[in-house]
Design a protein around this ligand. Structure first.
Ligand code: F6P
Length: 515
């Protein structure tokens, strides 16, 4: 069954939202909070220790109901079923979209084109476990008999951003292995990484779904040449493994078949860290932590599949995003994790969101006459407060923000953590409530030149996403939450979220110029 072609702007809900917006655009957060003492708890939903509080959005219950109606008219429930059931919802590439099968711990079968994919998925996981344990416990030896000390992930886009972000994010849980990432075709990048390495103790993980990507193959060749300066061709098997669907190209590169971890066409690159593409993660933090990451995502999958839309974290996030994007004409969204560990989360989400929903042709092949994918950006707090937050607080643009924070820090430095979280909540309050002229006048004279510049209008929306602490489980939930937000947006915008033809033309041009 194909996803239906439903133009969102022709639904009843959209028409009602357009009318409702004429009033709702005047909603002010300050007044909404003043009028309803329970607002904060009324606009909150949790999954285990993960909580989304969305009270600081320019919505009321009517807005929420109409947005939920929009999701219903877009037949989101059916679409979710098709997504999890392995229907060919990536129609332009003729593929199912089954990254959720990679974390399916239910023991139930998941079919893609009539075949249960779970036996292969589970076998691949067993291989990842056995292989990573061998390397971590020092039983996998390099060509001179030494243990492995360094891992280099060679990949780009989805074969780099996800593993890189999670390895950074879970640094606290890391073992003794040093993990490096080479992605850019810029030769200086690979040179900088190589110069720190000893070929005798380094394991290279070449990650490329297609095994044709210019950057990855280029870097892999350079690294292999460097390796062969001291080692022999026969030693390659001890130091190079690959993750790919293209077994022929991997074998031509000289990698032994037993050193190849599978990928499947039903896993999109930007959603692939749950597969063997996450090998560097499993090597860096150990298989048990990797399994906890997958389990967190599985918990979010179940929540997404079963919760009513008005209690469904990814659905609410997607609907809010559509509200600002399509009615307020907001162009971008900021993701602001209050933990240095997740500094690269925005970069990872940029690919996930913008490669998925940066589309302008609908599911019927016609140009859309409404806005689709938002621009995603951000950085870790508090650093970003001293960088771009001025514009978010007092600039002319409306930028909805996701604040992500953790109740506990990992090293228990509570004094630092109290300050961090005071900033986390302080920023959200400042955006929401602002500072009136009367408040400024408490400390500034009526005729002072700076008076108008010190006024904050407030009424700037944000979501508050919290969990107890940054753990493999909570990170798994957060990533899956955003994956499903992307899916819901794509369904409602009536676009195909799982192809990425837009990245091809530039590659073609570069190849022509190269020749
Ligand atoms: O894993 P591969 O095939 O090397 O592709 C890398 C990346 O290139 C893209 O196809 C396009 O940039 C991404 O979708 C993908 O994550």
């Amino acid at each position: 069954m194909m996803l239906k072609n439903i133009n969102p702007t022709e639904t009843n809900a959209w028409k009602k939202l357009t009318e409702h917006f004429q009033e709702a655009k005047n909603l002010e957060l300050q007044q909404l909070f003043a009028a309803d003492k329970n607002r904060s708890s009324d606009y909150q939903v949790s999954l285990g220790d993960l909580t989304l509080n969305y009270a600081k959005n320019r919505i009321n219950k009517e807005t929420l109901n109409l947005l939920v109606d929009l999701a219903k008219e877009a037949e989101l429930k059916d679409a979710i079923q098709q997504y999890f059931n392995g229907e060919i919802i990536n129609a332009t590439e003729g593929r199912a979209v089954l990254h959720t099968a990679l974390r399916n711990n239910s023991g139930n079968a998941v079919y893609s084109e009539g075949v249960d994919v779970m036996p292969e998925v589970n076998a691949a996981k067993e291989n990842i476990k056995a292989f990573t344990e061998k390397v971590i416990f020092g039983n996998w030896k390099g060509y001179t008999g030494k243990e492995i000390t360094d891992i280099v992930n060679i990949g780009i886009g989805g074969s780099d951003l996800g593993p890189n972000m999670v390895v950074d994010g879970l640094q606290y849980y890391k073992n003794h292995l040093n993990t490096h990432f080479v992605s850019n075709i810029d030769g200086d990048h690979v040179s900088e990484v190589i110069k720190k390495l000893n070929p005798e103790t380094t394991l290279f993980v070449i990650v490329s779904k297609t095994f044709t990507t210019q950057e990855t193959i280029g870097n892999a060749i350079t690294i292999k040449e460097w390796f062969l300066q001291t080692a022999s061709e026969a030693d390659v098997a001890k130091h190079f493994v690959a993750v790919s669907t293209n077994l022929e190209a991997v074998s031509n590169f000289g990698i032994a078949p037993e050193n190849v971890f599978p990928m499947w066409n039903w896993v999109g690159g930007r959603f692939s860290l749950w597969s063997a593409v996450g090998l560097s993660i499993a090597l860096a933090v150990g298989y048990d932590n990797y399994a906890d990451l997958l389990n967190g995502a599985y918990e979010m999958d179940n929540h997404f599949k079963t919760a009513e839309f008005d209690e469904n974290i990814p659905v609410i996030l997607a609907l809010l995003s559509i509200w600002y994007n399509n009615f307020y004409d907001a162009e971008s969204e900021a993701v602001l994790p209050y933990t240095q560990y997740l500094n690269t989360l925005p970069a990872y989400l940029q690919q996930a969101f913008m490669e998925s929903n940066g589309k302008s042709v609908d599911r019927d092949g016609n140009p859309v006459n409404y806005q689709t994918g938002t621009i995603i950006w951000g950085a870790a707090g508090t650093n970003m407060q001293h960088a771009f937050m001025q514009l978010v607080h007092q600039g002319t643009k409306l930028i909805p923000c996701d604040f992500i924070g953790f109740n506990e820090s990992l090293y228990g430095k509570t004094d630092h953590h109290k300050k961090l979280m005071a900033n986390f909540y302080g920023q959200q309050d400042a955006l929401c409530f602002g500072k009136t002229k009367e408040q400024v006048l408490e400390t500034v004279a009526e005729d002072a030149i700076e008076l108008p510049f010190k006024i904050f209008t407030g009424n700037r929306p944000s979501n508050c996403i919290t969990a107890d602490k940054l753990s493999p489980n909570s990170l798994g939930k957060i990533i899956a939450m955003y994956e499903h937000k992307i899916f819901v947006q794509g369904i409602i915008w009536n676009i195909f979220s799982f192809d990425q033809f837009g990245v091809e033309l530039g590659k073609e041009m570069a190849n022509k110029l190269l020749k």
